[in-house]
Design a binder for this molecule. Structure first.
Ligand code: CMP
Length: 140
């Protein structure tokens, strides 16, 4: 089915100047960028986005990292978009990510892991709505 998913290019990858290379992978896999904005997240915005991880031991480090510099946030649309994006990203821990994935190629650590992608279609809808009002999503 045609799905949508939320993607974030994290501060490490923005600092490495690989936004374009990562967009090329989305487009090469048939995903369309239907909304996008560059943001420097506030602590409150990052904590709200990652609220499901609030009780996890890595929460503080995760939030500190996500507010350390600008990020590029986008909604992607395409056939099976959630899983296609997860396959492009590779495993959360770049040391475990398959060769040729975004994380294997651009990530440095489990926190500085280059990209975020929604882990379910249900969460994708919540995450897209967190960053994009419906009128700023340009489905096509
Ligand atoms: P992301 O997909 O953005 O969702 C939560 C993030 O927490 C994850 O990517 C990692 O960058 C970070 N993280 C740090 N430690 C862990 C861990 N042990 N398990 C899962 N995620 C972790």
């Amino acid at each position: 089915a045609i799905e949508r998913t939320l993607s974030i290019i994290k501060p490490d990858a923005v600092a490495k100047n690989v936004i374009g290379q990562i967009y090329q992978r989305f487009e090469g896999a048939g995903l369309k960028v239907i909304a996008a904005r560059m943001m420097h997240l506030s602590r409150a915005e990052a904590e709200g986005f990652y609220a499901v991880h609030k009780e996890r031991p890595f929460f503080k480090d995760l939030v500190d990292f996500m507010i350390s510099g600008p990020v590029m946030v986008q909604a992607l649309q395409g056939e099976n978009a959630m899983q296609v994006n997860r396959d492009l990203m590779g495993a959360t821990d770049p040391k475990k990510a398959d060769k040729g994935t975004i994380r294997a190629d651009f990530a440095d650590s489990i926190d500085a892991n280059a990209v975020h992608g929604s882990d379910s279609v249900e969460n994708a809808a919540i995450e897209i709505a967190y960053f994009f009002p419906a009128l700023n999503v340009y489905a096509r």
